[in-house]
Design a protein around this ligand. Sequence first.
Ligand SMILES: [Zn+2]
Ligand SMILES: [Zn+2]
Length: 241
Amino acid sequence: MLLLDAGTGLRRLPELLGNRPFNGTVLLTHLHWDHVQGLPFFGSGDRFDATVNLLIPAEDAQTNAEQLLARMMSPPFFPIAPSQLRGDWTFGTLPTGAFDVEGFHVAMAEVPHKGGRTVGFRVNDGRSSMAYVPDHCPTAFGPGPDGLGEYHPAVLDLVDGVDLLVHDAHLRAEEVEAEGSFGHAAAEYAVRLGARTGVGRVALFHHRPERDDTEVDRTLCRFADGPVPVIGAEEGSTLSL
Ligand SMILES: [Zn+2]
Ligand SMILES: [Zn+2]
């Protein structure tokens, strides 16, 4: 079992696992609230028969992973600290470069975002591959060839040729000028990145909170005749690669 990030979707795990305990690894891209706030409510991991290996990007040499997480999860912000979750939990930092975990080969790359180190992952099970870059601010490296942000080597290498690219689509192209520096990418950037690198499919992810389903569909319409198939990531989706 391998989980990428720990947002509120973690609450769905008991149902998905048929009430079995979680025994596996959670990889965090970064520590912003929307990527960690599921941890205190992780029913499949917070039980005595669970085993959870949680790996986060290293922030500095002085603070270990558990101490970092405890900044958001400890009184007075939350009744318990990470160490008080039930089950066998280990907290650590992501290794540098590629590594094998839970039967998957994982590569990672640091990407520009805002406020804290952020990485993206590429996961391969020997048959198929996916890349997950949920929070990415490509304009941090300049406007790039189309004004949407730079297609920089770290992200080009990470996503190259994957079957599925799950990418930040918080903005639309016309919002980049005003909001491109806030930390996120436009849907058009995600799709062009996928097209440039020959990915099989692009899943637009990390929708702006005020976009309802109709608005997400409206964004998808822009890519109906594009060079790469595009879908809108939605809660509860199952994708076969
Ligand atoms: Zn973030
Ligand atoms: Zn986020």
